[in-house]
Design a protein around this ligand. Structure first.
Ligand SMILES: *[C@@H]1O[C@H](CO)[C@@H](O)[C@H](O)[C@H]1NC(C)=O
Length: 373
């Protein structure tokens, strides 16, 4: 049960009650008893006793008199038991339990908060023929159903934006399927399934896909793989992002934007799948937006990665490029040798040997030479 207390103190600070509740090293008990001095023997005159009662935050305190026997007087002017919450008098009692003067008896008093103050006051008159014995009372914690309380009046909206669970002494918020709880532990945000994707391949879908996309979305996805790879997007399955007109380039209210560094971003919408998009980049950002109206049925995209490739160097007259491969990838080397009687020439100058490497940007680091007689 020890986990409960940090939550309680958290709520306590949150509600601004920390000034009222004494900072006890052990949390207040869930129930207790109190009695007037000397009870059940007659009380003395000139008493002014106070009890501070408290139960843990998240509960209300309920006080019940078991027995009440205090000298009766009009308005309990002489001897009285007063129950207060902060500066507010919740009741002032005298007389006998079940007597007409006091409400004493068995009616419990419910504090609006988790604490109460009980004040027992007696005057300085000598005890009369009947000697009164005071009171005994019992108090206990009553769980508050925070979920059924009206919204906090600070304008911050309901306690939980979606689902509220009452727990003993506190409450917990949770969210419907497809949403996640924000760090404030109260409000829910749509789980875009976004973030950074560094795997060599993966599947991204619009939230709730294949169900239609919720409105008011702003989801970001970043595919970022090793620079020696390039990303290819493959939109598989039905694609539908609301478009405003017949012209699909007018992706005005809803759109899926694909951004590749140093290139114009591409806005996708409509109901025609973009199919395969080879990006030639190791970093691709996607942003999916829906505004407050309309309908987008969503999308599904499978991305794959390929090692960076260089164009095939081709052939060279009067010479040979080795090795001859079906495709040339990052870090592959090529050599060129000229036929007998021909010289290797690069940029108009004779060179003794030639090799070139496929670079991470997909370009050969030196252009092909010539073989001249
Ligand atoms: C794209 O996905 C479809 C369906 O899964 C598949 O048939 C196709 O080969 C993929 N294309 C590429 C270039 O990955």
């Amino acid at each position: 049960m020890s986990w409960i207390y940090p939550i309680i103190w958290l709520l306590c600070t949150y509600d601004g009650w920390s000034l009222v509740v004494p900072r006890l090293s052990t949390p207040p008990a869930l129930h207790g008893e109190l009695e007037s001095p000397l009870y059940p023997r007659p009380y003395q005159s000139s008493l002014s006793e106070q009890w501070y009662l408290s139960v843990p935050v998240g509960y209300q305190l309920q006080l019940s008199f078991i027995h009440l026997d205090v000298e009766p007087s009009a308005d309990c002017h002489y001897d009285s038991v007063t129950v207060m919450y902060e500066q507010k008098v919740l009741g002032k009692f005298c007389g006998q339990e079940n007597s007409a003067e006091g409400r004493g008896g068995r009616q419990p008093i419910l504090s609006p908060g988790n604490h109460l103050r009980v004040i027992f006051h007696t005057d300085d008159s000598k005890a009369g023929p009947h000697q009164h014995i005071g009171f005994s009372a019992f108090y206990q914690a009553i769980d508050i159903d925070e979920c059924s309380l009206p919204d906090p009046d600070d304008g911050s909206g309901p306690l939980c934006s979606q689902i509220c669970h009452n727990t003993l002494g506190s409450y917990l918020c949770s969210c419907r399927h497809g949403y996640e709880l924000r760090p404030d532990q109260r409000t829910c945000m749509l789980d875009c399934g976004g973030g950074v994707f560094t795997e060599k391949e993966g599947i991204l879908t619009s939230p709730l896909y294949p169900l239609p996309s919720p409105l008011g979305l702003s989801c970001r996805y970043h595919i970022s793989v090793d620079p020696s790879f390039t990303v290819t997007l493959n939109f598989t399955g039905p694609f539908h992002v609301e478009s405003t007109g017949q012209d699909d380039s007018k992706c005005f209210h809803h759109w899926l934007q694909v951004s590749i560094p140093e290139r114009e971003p591409m806005r996708l919408c409509g109901d025609k799948s973009p199919g395969v998009i080879p990006t030639q980049s190791n970093s691709v950002q996607l942003e999916y937006r829906t505004d407050s109206a309309g309908l987008s049925r969503g999308w599904e995209m499978h991305y794959t990665t390929q090692r960076v490739q260089c164009e095939s160097p081709g052939t060279i007259s009067h010479g040979e490029v080795t090795p001859s491969l079906p495709q040339y990838q990052y870090r592959d080397y090529i050599h060129v040798r000229c036929d007998t009687g021909y010289k290797l020439m690069l940029h108009g100058e004779q060179i003794r040997a030639y090799f070139s490497v496929c670079q991470i940007n997909g370009q050969w680091h030196i252009p092909l030479p010539e073989c001249l007689p």
